[in-house]
Structures are given as structure tokens and as C-alpha cells.
Design a protein around this ligand. Structure first.
Ligand code: ADP
Ligand code: MG
Length: 700
């Protein structure tokens, strides 16, 4: 345990601005800052100097290796370690690192998913330094955050399109801000604070469950007698062992410069949350990946396992990730914060409307951005936002928009019609913190909270779509306003039109209500894509390709490849689950049932030997039922195996994913229900895995 105070060790493993300032010459530092702040191309001489300073710093910290750290489309981060060593003439080694090695790397990336991109273009990939995200040290290795592209320039990762989407939004937001006279604003960045949920269970129990080890979720398991019904875990007292884990985790994250801020117990037993203070989107994305990795490492040190799967336990709340998102200028203005003057409020309303329009026009893209096999179990279930995307604004802001749309007074007492840009706009309520937890996309006073993300998702995808869609709204607004004869009149009409065209996406009610599903789909015509195979093909809908390519976020080839990769990931994931279920049924569950039935049968013989007339009702009933269930498990597991074989008939990945949704998943459910019933009848001594009760209440 460190005895140093937090400010003394915060960021100690990061080559951050403090290190740059103290280790680089003024000239090199200024030039690097220009690259970081304004995206200026880096001069090779500057890169060389930075590489030397970085190497010296890393060696002082005990690092022996360096790696380009990137985020391929597998969803996890990738690294390939190279040591700094280089042979010297006297037979010893020296530690070397060049500017070229800092800027660009060439991982042998042939086994990363590309969705066919590299087959049609170039065989190699390269990584390129993202100087806006600081390098850090992990496991004695200097990690350099990088983008990963093909030699043809196609993005093979999540960072490249994320950076492009941030640039697209920056460009359009600046146009709007300049129209409002904010000429001093040089750039607009999106910021994100991702709240991360996770489960902690003991390593000992985890090791006994092949389903957790192979798939991250339990594929079998009958309900625990106690679940989350008492609501006694949420914000409850943190258990000492968990507290020790959290303390250690915070320390590791702080050393890496991650602003881990709040931690608490979540709704389900064994479920917790960690939220950092927000930062610029690409940094927040890198840090969230790092946070997930460090959580798992620190858990292991404590004899625990951190489960990041969206739905590790059926019938218990799953884990999500809330993406708190806003836009801010380099001059420190949060564009989603209501202002003090009517003019500022008109600007705020325009940015607010841009988001509303973006979410309505591209509901499908937002849904797609959070689609995975794991998250399908969560969206639409009784704890997560529904698969239908809608926007919560709260009563007051909704009333303001209503008044604008209908040209009627907002405050009846004042009798003032709402006109923008003139002094009748009221002061807006600032602190209408939302407590509507059922909305997938909620305005929370000065930011939007997109809540549909799964706990294991990279937040990159959601933010790519969000940034791009908002950039598109802003572009449409800027095009119109720049050519307008009467700015205020055009502005007012545009805002009014946005409200009336897009109010179908606004919903302040209960998103878990069945009535909402009916209203949303039948009356309002909103999308309701329940599963990944339902939504993913829409990525390639004409309007989506048009928007994302014209915003420069993706090329059409990149979109096609991503659609394929996401569907492939889905298919692979569910196939592994199905195979694991069959394996567990045959090798563990059926033998356990037989073993227990045998015990009971022998007990009956023994009893009858003592007193021939004994009924042995209990034993007979259980053995009979177990016999029926064993047959069912056997048959259903065979059926499932056949269904897996039949997937070979699918003509393409879209068909295969649909077959998985329609045949594999229902058959897995049937197999599970027979096994789960058997679990309730077999003695816990004979049952081969820890129960839900053991798993959920095992960490003490
Ligand atoms: P909750 O009530 O949902 O727990 P908080 O108000 O504590 O939320 O904030 C949740 C997250 O939102 C934190 O990570 C916080 O840093 C982040 N956040 C706050 N302001 C912004 C902003 N302007 N942009 C992005 N994220 C923000
Ligand atoms: Mg929240």
C-alpha cells in the first residue's frame, strides 16, 4: 500500500502534460501542444525529441518494453510488446526508442477482424500515434495509444472513426458558434463520463463454472431464494472485501491518471458501479478500456473475478454503462448548459434541438451502436432502457419546447410568447436532474445520458454515431442560417420546425411500460429492434451510408465490413454459448442427475430391505421426475447440436444471425429450463456448479 498522498501519485504512470512540460524543450513542447490542441501534423524532429523524453521517463519508471496500444474490432484492446533493447558494440545492450517507432507501428495484424477490407485492399495494417491521448505505463510496458488502419487508409479499429466523428462535430459546431458571434472559439470537443457497472464473484466459484469461463455469463442456474427483491443492496454498505478491492482499484486507476470518482453498490447483489469524472471523448474511451482491464486485474489479486458481461445472471439486473455526453468549447462553455441571457438560451436551444433531431433521424444507428449478443439480454428486459430509443427532457424543458412550437406563452402569468433571440425567452431551469431511470436517452441538466450501452461495450461505437448524427443536424442548421436574410426569424422557424417534426422521439413516461411499446411503434412509428440481427443490417440503409460517408466518419467499405464483423461476433458468441451448454449438459449435468437418482434408488432398496412395505414416496417422485428431466435434457441438447449443424446452410452472415436468433436461442432456453428444474431437485452436494445463491452472495 502506498503511503504517498493521492496528489503525489496521481498520474504517476502517465506521460502527461506535466511530464511533457518539464522534459521537453520549450520549442518542442509548444510544437507538440499545437499537434494535441489543434491537430497540426507532427514534425519528425519533434517526434524524435518526444520519443527520447518518453523513453527516459519510461526507463526511470522501470519499463523495459513499449507497445502501440490499439482497439481493433474484437472489442478489446490489443498490444504487441517490443523491448527497448538494442545490441551495443561491446556485447551489451542499450535502450533505444525512435520518433519513427513512436509515430507508427506495423503489428502483424493478419488475425484481427477486417470484414474483408484487407483482402480487397492491402494485406498489412499499421498503427498511428494519437498524441491527444497520453502514453502510460502498464506492466513495465510503455503503452502508446494509437489508431489502427490498413495501408489503403481504411479504419480497422474504433479510435479512427471516433476521432473522425469528433472532427465532424467540431467543424459543424464551430460554424454555428461563429454565426452566434462566438468568434474566439477555436474548437468544440465532445466530453464523456462513462459510468461502469460490474459484478464481483469469488475466483473459486468462477473456476467451477465453464459457462462463466467460456462465455462470461451463466447459461444454467435456477433462481436464488433471495435475489434483489429487498432492494437492500443498492447504495448499501460496501462489504470489507469489496472495499479493499475498490481501494486498490482506485489507486491503480489514479496512477494511470483515470479520474475514478464515485463507487457504490448497484441494484443486484454482488453488483457495483464505478464512475470517473468526464473527459474528452477519445481519452474517456481509452480510459474506459483501461478501466475494464484494470478492474479484472485487481479483482484477480483479491481472489475475485470481475464480470463485465451485460447479463451474467438470468432474472437479476444486468450491467450497463451510462454514457454521459456533452459538447464544450475550448473557452470553457458547455453547449448543453442553459445560459443566463436570452441569446445564450437561443444558442442552447439550437444545440438541444440538434441532438433531438439527431436521435430521431438516427435512432437505428444509436441502437446499432450498442448491439451485441450480451446486450440483447438486457435491452427491453425489466431493468435496462428498452430497445426503443426515445429522449427524456423532463417537464420543464418539455413545456418550454411546447410553448415555442405552439407560439403560446410558457409562463401563463407573464403572457409572453416565446420568441428566440429577443428578450422574451425566460431564464431556463438549470437543475432539473432527471430521475427517470427508464429512458434510454435522458437530458440531465447540462448533458445527455445515453443509457443503452452494455457494460462490456467499448463506448467508442455509441459516441461515433452520436457525434456524427449531431454533426449532421448542425450542418443542416448551419447551411440554412448562413444563407438566411433574417437570422433570428430563420432561427426561430428552424427550432419550431425541429420540435414539431421530431416531437415523436420525446417521451417523459415510463419506458418499461407495455403501453409505451405499443404507442412508440404503432402510433409514433419509432424503431423497435429487439436483437442484434434485427438492427445490424440497417447500418447499410441508404440514409445511414449517406450521412456517415458525407460526414467523413466511415467509407462505405468500412461500414460494410463493420456490419459483417458485428454480425460475425454475434454468431460466434452465441455458438460458443450453445456448445458450452451441450458440453455442460453431457459431461456434468446429466452425470450429476444420474448420480443423485442412483443414490436415491439405492436408498429405496436399502429401506425396503429393512421394511418391505415402505412407500418411499419422496424418492420415487424425485427419481421419476429426474428421469423425465434427464431425457428432456438429452433430447434438447441433441436438438441444439443439430441446430448448430444446420447453421452451415445459411447463405450469408445475415441469414446465419437470423437463424441463431430464431432457432439456437429458443432451443438454448428450452434446454436450460429442464436443467434448471433438475437443479432444484438434486442435492447441492451432487450438483456440479455453485448455485446462483452461492455466486451472488459468496463474496463476504
Ligand atoms: P448520476 O446522477 O447519473 O450518477 P452524475 O451527475 O454524478 O450522475 O454524473 C455522472 C457522470 O456524468 C460523471 O461521470 C460525470 O463526470 C459526468 N458528467 C458531468 N458533466 C458532464 C459533461 N458536461 N459532459 C460529460 N459528462 C459529464
Ligand atoms: Mg447515471
Amino acid at each position: 500500500m502506498e503511503t504517498k498522498s493521492v496528489p503525489e501519485y496521481f498520474g504517476s504512470l502517465v506521460f502527461d502534460d506535466r511530464q511533457m512540460r518539464s522534459r521537453l524543450s520549450a520549442k518542442v513542447y509548444t510544437s507538440l501542444r499545437k499537434t494535441i490542441d489543434q491537430g497540426k501534423k507532427i514534425d519528425p524532429k519533434v517526434a524524435e525529441a518526444v520519443a527520447q523524453a518518453m523513453k527516459e521517463w519510461a526507463l526511470e519508471k522501470g519499463a523495459t518494453h513499449y507497445t502501440h496500444w490499439f482497439q481493433p474490432l474484437t472489442g478489446v484492446t490489443a498490444e504487441k510488446h517490443d523491448s527497448f533493447i538494442s545490441p551495443s558494440l561491446d556485447g551489451n545492450v542499450i535502450m533505444e526508442f525512435s520518433g519513427k517507432e513512436l509515430i507508427q507501428g506495423e503489428p502483424d495484424a493478419s488475425s484481427f477482424p477486417t470484414g474483408g477490407i484487407r483482402a480487397t485492399f492491402e494485406a498489412r495494417g499499421y498503427t498511428a500515434w494519437d498524441p491527444t491521448s497520453y502514453a502510460f505505463i502498464k506492466d513495465k510496458t510503455l503503452c502508446i495509444p494509437t489508431a489502427f488502419c490498413s495501408y489503403g487508409g481504411e479504419a480497422l479499429d474504433k479510435k479512427t472513426p471516433l476521432l473522425r466523428s469528433m472532427e465532424a462535430l467540431n467543424k459543424q459546431a464551430l460554424r454555428i458558434l461563429h454565426l452566434f458571434g462566438n468568434d474566439n472559439v477555436k474548437n468544440v470537443r465532445t466530453s464523456v463520463g462513462p459510468e461502469q457497472e460490474y459484478f464481483l464473484i469469488t475466483k473459486e466459484m468462477y473456476d467451477k463454472r465453464p459457462d462463466l469461463r467460456f462465455t462470461g455469463r451463466t447459461l444454467y442456474g435456477s433462481r436464488s431464494p433471495k435475489g434483489q427483491e429487498m432492494d437492500d443492496h443498492y447504495f448499501g454498505v460496501i462489504k470489507p472485501r469489496v472495499q479493499e478491492f475498490m481501494t486498490d482499484l482506485n489507486e491503480e486507476l489514479w496512477k494511470l491518471g483515470v479520474l475514478a470518482k464515485t463507487e457504490h453498490n448497484e441494484v443486484a447483489p454482488a453488483q457495483h458501479e464505478l464512475a470517473p469524472i468526464y473527459s474528452t471523448t477519445n481519452i474517456a474511451t481509452d480510459q474506459n478500456q483501461l478501466m475494464m482491464e484494470i478492474m479484472q486485474k485487481v479483482a484477480a489479486k483479491h481472489g475475485l473475478v470481475c464480470l463485465l458481461h451485460e447479463k451474467p445472471f438470468a432474472g437479476v439486473n444486468g450491467s450497463g454503462k451510462h454514457n454521459n455526453w456533452s459538447m464544450a468549447t475550448d473557452t470553457g462553455i458547455n453547449l448543453l448548459s442553459p445560459g443566463d441571457t436570452p441569446y445564450e438560451n437561443a444558442q442552447f436551444l439550437l444545440f438541444l434541438c440538434a441532438v433531438i433531431k439527431a436521435v430521431d433521424d438516427y435512432q437505428d444507428l444509436l441502437r446499432i451502436s450498442v448491439a451485441t449478443a450480451g446486450n440483447d439480454h438486457r435491452l427491453g428486459a425489466n431493468e435496462a432502457p428498452p430497445a426503443i430509443i426515445s429522449v427524456f427532457l423532463g417537464d420543464e424543458l418539455s413545456a418550454i419546447l411546447d410553448a415555442i412550437e405552439q407560439d403560446k406563452p410558457y409562463n401563463a402569468a407573464e403572457q409572453k410568447i416565446m420568441k428566440l433571440g429577443v428578450d422574451v425567452l425566460p431564464a431556463f431551469p438549470r437543475d432539473n436532474t432527471d430521475r427517470n431511470r427508464t429512458s434510454p436517452f435522458a437530458f440531465t441538466g447540462n448533458k445527455f445520458e445515453f443509457r443503452s450501452l452494455g457494460s462490456s461495450n467499448s463506448i467508442a461505437c455509441a459516441n461515433i454515431m452520436l457525434n456524427a448524427a449531431v454533426a449532421e443536424s448542425l450542418k443542416i442548421y448551419a447551411d440554412r442560417l448562413e444563407g438566411a436574410e433574417d437570422f433570428e426569424k430563420t432561427l426561430h422557424e428552424m427550432i419550431r420546425k425541429t420540435i414539431s417534426d421530431h416531437k415523436r422521439i420525446l417521451f417523459n413516461g415510463n419506458g418499461y411500460d407495455d403501453a409505451w411499446v405499443k404507442e412508440a411503434t404503432e402510433v409514433r412509428g419509432l424503431c423497435n429492434y429487439r436483437t442484434t440481427p434485427d438492427c445490424m443490417p440497417h447500418l447499410l440503409d441508404e440514409k445511414n451510408v449517406k450521412m456517415l460517408t458525407s460526414q467523413g466518419v466511415f467509407t462505405e467499405a468500412e461500414m460494410k465490413s463493420r456490419c459483417d464483423i458485428m454480425l460475425e461476433n454475434y454468431c460466434k458468441q452465441v455458438r460458443i454459448e450453445a456448445n458450452t451448454m451441450i458440453d455442460m449438459a453431457n459431461k456434468q449435468i446429466l452425470p450429476a442427475i444420474e448420480c443423485y437418482a442412483d443414490k436415491l434408488s439405492r436408498c429405496v432398496s436399502a429401506k425396503k430391505a429393512i421394511a418391505a412395505g415402505l412407500a418411499c414416496n419422496y424418492e420415487s417422485a424425485v427419481v421419476s421426475r429426474l428421469s423425465v428431466l434427464a431425457d428432456q435434457i438429452y433430447e434438447r441438447s441433441n436438438e441444439l447440436a443439430k441446430a448448430i449443424l444446420k447453421l452451415e446452410d445459411a447463405a450469408n452472415i445475415i441469414e446465419e444471425s437470423a437463424a441463431i436468433r430464431d432457432t439456437l436461442l429458443p432451443k438454448m432456453g428450452e434446454l436450460r429450463s429442464a436443467a434448471d428444474e433438475a437443479e432444484t431437485l438434486v442435492s447441492s452436494e451432487c450438483w456440479p456448479f455453485p448455485s446462483y445463491g452461492d455466486l451472488l452472495f459468496g463474496v463476504r
